[in-house]
Design a protein around this ligand. Sequence first.
Ligand code: FAD
Ligand code: NAD
Length: 468
Amino acid sequence: MQTTSTTLVVIGGGPGGYIAAIRAAQLKIPTILIEGDQLGGTCLNIGCIPSKAMIHAAEEFEKAKHYAHGSSIGIQVSDPSINIEQTVSWKDGIVKRLTSGVGALLKKNGAQVIKGWAQIIDGKTVAVMQDGKELQRITCQHLLIASGSTPVQLPFMPFGSSNGKVISSTEALSPTEVPKKLVVVGGGYIGLELGIAYRKLGAEVAVVESLDRILPAYDEELTKVVKTALKQLGIEVHLGCTVQGMNADHSAVRIKNAAGEESELACDKVLVAVGRRPRTEGFGLESLMLDMNGRAIKIDDQCRTSMRDVWAIGDVAGEPMLAHRAMAQGEMVAEIIAGKRRHFIPASIPAVCFTDPELVVVGKSPQEAQAAGIEAISAMFPFAANGRSMTLESSEGFVRVVARKDNHLILGWQAVGKGVSELSAAFGLSLEMGATLEDVAGTIHSHPTLGEAVQEAALRALGHALHI
Ligand code: FAD
Ligand code: NAD
């Protein structure tokens, strides 16, 4: 059996692992990346990218249907239809282009990729397995664990059960047909992003959420706008309800509300999206006896684990499980191994939810500023007063800014509305650069754009908004 020696071994080729390997190779660190499935990980293959592709397709179809019903804009369309198989193969084409691009970037930069499952032998030795056989053994100075996460299953209705009716986001992203009735368990990111998409594709959708509100990670003033949109779309939302399992003939999901009353929701498919958990089992990780933070690997602000020269990044290191966090950590670890002084202390990690309307939060909300004991001011500017929003037929939502009262340093931004995901870059930049309200208010924002609402929110916080 072949034994290879290198400086850095990366386990997992998702956004965390592949970025770490590219950057390490750029810095001339001999690097081997081991990926058991497909390069690109959850994000490119079964997560961020395919979900946004399906969301886009659903939006376009919905638009066509809207025009078919006669619209004030003057466009007429007759009887639109969708070929879902073609939609899925279009989505698969995007995934293929991106994942092969990742392979090409790794190669171009000189990182070696080995296809196989990594089995940790000790903190400096990894075996590469294929079909249960050891292909080769690699010794390294640094071991970076970027094994990602897996979807949480409900033990009483696991994925694939009820004749394949119970599905995870992975199956929901490659449908062979649009179900007539879809029940979504979990009113979080995946449940709402995909629940809305399926509704637009023509399914009747019911969402069951155990808490008394949707998207618990976002503040209620923002989610209120999404809640109204769900109602307008005709999506049923059952809050404060627990799922009991499928009924006897697998035709419906049994749910119980807070008062203990049981009812059934008829379904052709049930999408279970109740969170994801770090992937820490099945590859010898436990043998390292690393300190854990719940189910996640415990890391410090340089992504070091409790074992010297063993590092962990991305979803396996816990919340927030977001691709851009994994990438930022991966880039940083490569630079630290190359001898640079780096710490993971971002001013913020933006969070975007691709519902319709979209949500963005960056930094502190007014409540979080208050909880941190900071005297803050906040102001919001509604898209109803923004010209570009009107031309896009979408004037619901707003931008809100939060800043320190004493020196006007911006602490956070929140927005809800069509297309606001693209504002997250400006929000993140203003926080990272320590901008004040005056900085944003004094920046010329091009007209007509949604970005003008950002400037106007800052102006409003200073007491002199111009367009409201
Ligand atoms: P992963 O992307 O999970 O990659 C881990 C890789 O490691 C996998 O390829 C796996 O095969 C490999 N691996 C694991 N164990 C081994 C082993 N022993 N040997 C070899 N290889 C191994 N995040 C966002 O920021 N924005 C979004 O819009 C967004 N949308 C999402 C939509 C969906 C439906 C889902 C499911 C997730 C979404 N996410 C989104 C989350 C995002 O996908 C993850 O945060 C991100 O992929 C984490 O990156 P990672 O590198 O830590 O792990
Ligand atoms: P989530 O944590 O966003 O939402 C899960 C929801 O399910 C929560 O509202 C929770 O209260 C609810 N829930 C939990 N158990 C339940 C039960 N038994 N019955 C009913 N409801 C229950 O998780 P997710 O939607 O599965 O997404 C997983 C992760 O993937 C996210 O946390 C996020 O990190 C990532 N993601 C990000 C994006 C994005 O950035 N746009 C999109 C999709 C996924």
